[in-house]
Write a protein that binds this ligand. Sequence first.
Ligand code: PGA
Ligand code: ZN
Length: 426
Amino acid sequence: MKIKSIVAREIISSGSTPSLEVKVTLNNGVFGKASVPFGASAGIHEAKVLFDGGKRYNGRGMLRAVNNINKVLAPKLKNKDAYDQVAIDQLMITQDGTESKKKLGGNAILGVSLAVARAAANARNLPLYKYIRRVFKLPIKKYVLPNPQMVVIEGGKHADNSTDFQEYMVAPIKGNSIKEEVQAGIEVYLALKKVLKEKKLDSNVGNEGAYAPSGLKTNEAPLKLIQAAIKKAGYSKKDIGIALDPATSEVFSNGKYHLKKEKKKLDSKGMIAYFQNWLKKYPEIITLEDPLHEDDWAFWPEITKTSNIPIVGDDLTVTNPKRLQHAIDTKSISAILIKLNQIGTLTETIQTCMLARSNNLMTIVSHRGGGETNDTSMVDLAVAVNAAFIKVGPSRGERVCKYNRLMEIADELKAKPAGKNFRKIQ
Ligand code: PGA
Ligand code: ZN
């Protein structure tokens, strides 16, 4: 099935600056559309998001990326076979020619990559998750759905005056059904609002729809508030874990981790001891992401070896198969965060997921905090690769559409979520 046309447009993202949407039409008239997100605390090793610069939208326009699609990529891809996703992605990688996809833009390349997959899936009359399994010949038979990781308190680069750390999440892991798990997470989120009010803290929300209270005294305070909310909502900590993404690349400068809330400056060993104290005190913490910064390779193996929960690489690994291989070789992580736009093609994302899988590393597929869209490809990806979790905020349209898509897939497949077995999913 050949590609007839590719048309990109600028759209507005949840961050109130543009993103882009791509429409791929095939010769038989079937089409697919996709849009792409970007991060607020993007890692330095990620594929580059090509912004316009200049005055429009404070320099954050995407017309250059749109132009690269319409003028450079579209003519090259016209008449190519839409079912040959690997060849299409490879052609774009070669056309760009840079390690970071900075010439055409990771945003431009990913938009086309996903829209081609969507058009081809539509032409085959398959939901995207089934198409992904088929086109990449994934060696996975059963479907085990991802548990939610719902961001309920956020700080760092995602809010003003909240915590130094970026994301505090609730992770329902009862395992009966996705509907129940989503309901549990949302009920805890709603109970947390009451807890905040009782403590005279504000319940304004940050980039990802999580609360970002300004009066918190320590970075540990959210853990106590979340514990209280889980109890208030009538759930047990056996069925709802806590997941953390302190995103420490953002607090690292001049050789130290700066925790301004607590007037602390820690070296890598100090940061490890800080989190290990939390893991001892809060056994309900079930995953810990980016506890060290994106190039702190010397210390990642230590925290991974000495922690009894999955230590998740995000800015460290940036969904990049080469960085993941290094992390595997050095035993730096025990799980990996997956974000399609960190690497910029569906093919490379699948390569990273499969490399993780063959090394028994758990995968978590994630939204972005800078600008999200209503695209739900990340959910289909998570289902296709049997990810253990999806990490998404619990409010606002661009986030809840991901949970709504997951519940739709759950009804379609009648499959159960990973539940407490999240470490063993294959
Ligand atoms: P970002 O944050 O999308 O703003 O980079 C999310 C994360 O660090 O996981
Ligand atoms: Zn992260």
